[in-house]
Design a protein around this ligand. Sequence first.
Ligand code: M6R
Length: 610
Amino acid sequence: MCGIVGYVGDGPALPVLIEGLRRLEYRGYDSAGIAVVDRGELQVVRKAGQLAALEAELDGRPLQGSTGIGHTRWATHGAPTDRNAHPHRDCTGRVAVIHNGIIENHDELRAELAARGHRFSSDTDTEVAAHLIEEAMADGVTLRAALMRTVARLEGAFALVVTAASEPGVVVAARKESPLIAGCGNGSGFVASDIPALLPYTRDVVPVDSGRLVEVRAGKVSLYSFDGTPVDPVPVHVDWDLEAAEKGGYEDFMLKEIHEQPAAVRDTMRDRFDVSGRIVLDDVRLDPADLRRVDKVVVVACGTSFHAGIAAKHAIEHYTRLPVELDLASEFRYRDPVLDRNSMVVGIAQSGETADTLAALRFARDMGAVIVAVTNVVGSSITRDADAVLFTHAGPEIGVAATKTFLAQLTALNLLALYLAQERASMPPERIAGTIAAMTRLPEQLEEVLTLEDDVRRAAKRLAGARDFLFIGRGVGMAVALEGALKLKEISYIHAEGYAAGELKHGAIALIEPGVPVVAIVTGRTHQDKMLANVEEVRARGAETILVANPGNRRAQALADELFEVPATKPLLSPVLDTVPLQMLAYFVAKERGLSPDKPRNLAKSVTVE
Ligand code: M6R
């Protein structure tokens, strides 16, 4: 959730920290703060609110010093105030700590430290770490050794980054669960919670595994286990470019990322077919023997990734005839699921860091299942917990609302489903080839969908005042309906529900009154008649109908107050195209309401706590 960055080098730390925080602000924006070791003293500046508030606070205070740490907060313990903004200091003011995660035993530690005379100046769980480090350093140990002693006392999840006035030129960090990476380049060293912060300096990042300490000096990254044993750093190369992590002329990242979807889908398919058109997932390294013995698939994910999971369930069942269970990752391990070594569990997480999804996969792995991860981030935690990884190639997604990663997930999951069908011979090769041909047309079709932008903007202007929205669909259209509703509520704060159209008459139709917008997915032929009948029903009760349909659908044209026509494709691929107008609708409604789509309130890009 929170964004953390640390820098050591030969240049001034402050601009690097601010730039890093700008690139990490999507992780949380309740407050921001920095600490810089400046001529033997620790200078700390922190402020509630977005990064701009911190920058205003720093205005006219040019901090010197080339060692520092920075934090952008998503509040867990303690209100989002100046007092609770990170970094937090010890009693001497010579140690500063930033943290992402939750220290579960903080109450007990706080009581113990207070009894020994420590004074606390925040309501956070984090501050206990600063005082524990202070105590260790009072015994004359190094900052790294002090952090090592401290982590031994902490329970919960943490990525902690620490700097001390007595040790300029060093930043130390420790990771248990919460994400952390390191890197170095041109006489500098860095730690951060996510790749975009490092992109201006290096594309070779060192993932810091859970249970590791990292010490960063100018040009050097050293890793240790929590007991102090040195560990060799193994860098991974990230091919995202810097420009991809910037707005490139768009008003918001979300709009830019919506427009990057044709490329995200194309790149996710790239190099995954051989000359004869067979699907090759060599990079995924799935053992064919494992694939053949699988007798059931379980898909686990959260949020938008869960919606991709709905589409995956339909695709895998249809292509392979394997039964597929679908679970919200936060529920999965609490329902006593039946799994064994013949189960394949597919975890979907664009960030690769969602705490519930990671926990679900570990649970499944302990039960002997084959674990396949679908993620957009190389080196992320999920890649280390899985037997096989299928990467989406959407590039960095900064907008908190998932857009291009969703389409890339749908693409990757269809590939995975077809690959299973191919390897298990559950589908004739010519049908697989036909589906692949349809997939390769998607990027071009997406370009066409993007030309709807002006129509959607116009509709959004009209609809932005609505209090409630209903999104309805059937089959994979349900995934689109749920995703459309989630997009709208998370960035426009309008109440929206995604609903199985067939369930309307079992309750939700009572919500319909004149003027309530109902968005219906009526593409494809499979559910066409039933969907249009549902549209008639809500229309008869005064609903305003917004239809996503294929071109030339006369009945849809007649029933729609707003019509978004998207090209036809194979039914199981249709969410890739049908979702896009709904992403744009959410975006333009949010803009119409004067909201910031990239930074919706209370949300963060990756949910690293349960
Ligand atoms: O990183 P993940 O894909 O695991 O994230 C899961 C959800 O937190 C995420 O999809 C969330 O729902 C998005 N904000 C939706 O736009």
